[in-house]
Design a protein around this ligand. Structure first.
Ligand SMILES: *Cc1c(COP(=O)(O)O)cnc(C)c1O
Length: 484
């Protein structure tokens, strides 16, 4: 059976089911598959599979303590009806590049791909236990709604989402605050995403309950990460099928990055045999990852910017820890030291060898707010397509970093989640009401905004709790008391 080990103590082992239930290791480390990289797929075996079949192939490798029937049932429930495209993640051509469209799910962001399946994985993993599952989620905007949709009314599970007050788009906020469900709670925090994520991590470390099992819907959960590996194989196979690339031809993926989950899934795909050359890490003005990939210095002692691509306004990219652990040959002592240094001084510096390993695969670029806006405008003028503010950051990076391979840009959200910022990028003006901006964008593009976004206009807000950072842990403790 495949074990998962903690990035801060490799003797801390558990099964896939246990790792999915726990989310994070007790020592604060992230779970990583043991002996990762010893197995490889042949890309030729993927070309004619459906998304669901690919999902089974990838997930069964990691989640091998699920039976075939269990895993197939999870996949079927997640990907049968929730997506508006049968392909789940179609690829289209855009300019010289390709766009992997990851926003056709129930909340119009790429988080849906993993968060439609995570509740089923978790319920399956947990079916023999009689504790209640309590999901804590920090969100920079999109994870929150996708997790709420995934977990709402799922029996035996309870969820609280923490989001940064003023750190998400108006549509994202409205999406979360209109969620109906008997087990959901939404709380805004007077802080930024890093504060929300830290709060959640602190709860795992500090809270022990015999009646309630805490778990996570963030990409620190391996049950989030592995399902995201699938669409890299799907995109590659689609391009082979459309004869846009030869089989085994190397491609680059350009990924708009925040918590480093999406791009890490790309790295997993590469190690598993997807013919990927470079993974290009695209950031906004919170460019800590650009600096890190170029210099090996991770330093969060810098100004935090609130940008028009809020889901990437992050200074502590959790999943980077997994990459460092894997590329340092599972040197848990070293990783624990880096992370301690990050917690104490806000900074760590990796050694040369490790940096060289990272640079073999990763390149980085960051884009200013102005460049992001100009990119949205250019793509609309040249291709007649609306792209969202996060996709635009990746598109800008794709224009700058070319090495002869085809670039595939991950399009992570619908432009209709960021209406006024997209509209003002195109036209130079905003609308007072976000939904008027949505209608204006529909007129410009000649297409309809996704139904899930249009319909929240007339639903009243059901959640409006706003708290200080320090009160977060009490919110969680109070809810646990009620669940007992
Ligand atoms: C979450 C998110 C990102 C960043 O993804 P990570 O996995 O956190 O790196 C980028 N774009 C959008 C629209 C997102 O919701």
């Amino acid at each position: 059976m495949k074990n998962f080990i903690s990035s801060r103590n490799k003797y801390e082992k558990c099964t896939a089911k246990e790792a999915i239930i726990k989310g994070l290791s007790k020592d604060g480390g992230l779970f990583v598959p043991e002996n990762f990289g010893t197995e490889k797929f042949d890309i030729a075996d993927f070309i004619n599979l459906s998304y669901q079949e690919m999902a089974y192939k990838v997930m069964s490798l990691f989640f091998d303590d699920f039976t075939k029937d269990e895993l197939e049932t999870c996949i079927k429930k997640a990907y049968e009806k929730n997506f508006s495209s049968d392909d789940i993640s179609p690829v289209s051509k855009i300019g010289k590049d390709y766009m992997l469209e990851l926003y056709h799910g129930p909340t119009s962001a790429f988080k849906d791909i993993a968060l439609t399946i995570l509740p089923y994985l978790l319920k399956t993993a947990y079916k023999d236990e009689n504790k209640k599952i309590y999901i804590l989620t920090a969100t920079s905007g999109d994870t929150g709604k996708a997790a709420l949709e995934g977990f709402k009314n799922v029996e035996g599970t309870y969820i609280t989402v923490f989001y940064p007050n003023k750190g998400v788009s108006l549509i994202q906020e409205k999406q979360m605050n209109t969620t109906v469900g008997n087990n959901v709670e939404v709380v805004s925090i007077n802080g930024n995403f890093d504060d929300c994520q830290k709060l959640v991590k602190t709860c795992y470390e500090k809270i022990e309950s015999s009646e309630v099992q805490l778990s996570s819907a963030n990409s620190i959960n391996i049950g989030r990460l592995i399902p995201q590996v699938v669409y890299y194989f799907k995109a590659y196979s689609d391009l082979v099928k459309k004869q846009e690339i030869e089989i085994n031809e190397k491609v680059n993926f350009v990924v708009p990055t925040g918590n480093f989950g999406n791009i890490l899934a790309g790295y997993f795909a590469k190690v598993l045999g997807c013919p990927i050359d470079k993974l290009i890490c695209a950031s906004n003005e919170n460019n800590i990852l650009t600096d890190f990939i170029k210099t090996g210095v991770y330093d969060r002692n810098r100004e935090f910017f609130t940008t028009i691509s809020p889901s990437m306004d992050i200074l502590i990219s959790s999943n980077l820890e997994r990459l460092l652990f894997i590329l340092s040959d599972y040197d848990d002592v070293k990783i624990a030291k880096y992370m301690e240094s990050l917690a104490k001084t806000g900074k760590y510096v990796i050694d040369r060898d490790l940096l060289t390993e990272i640079q073999k695969t990763f390149e980085a670029y960051y884009c200013s707010e102005e460049e992001c806006r100009a990119t949205i405008r250019d793509v609309f003028n040249e291709d007649k397509r609306l792209i969202d503010t996060h996709t635009a950051v990746a598109y800008a990076a794709s224009k700058k970093i070319r090495n002869g391979n085809k670039n595939i840009i991950l399009s992570t959200a619908s432009p209709y989640k960021f209406c006024n910022n997209v509209l003002s990028s195109l036209k130079g003006y905003r609308k007072k009401n976000e939904f008027d901006a949505m209608r204006e964008l529909e007129n410009l593009s000649g297409e309809q905004a996704p139904k899930n976004l249009k319909e929240i206009e007339n639903i009243p807000n059901l959640h409006n709790k706003n708290i200080e950072i320090k009160d977060g842990i009490n919110i969680v403790l109070e809810r646990i008391e009620k669940l007992k």
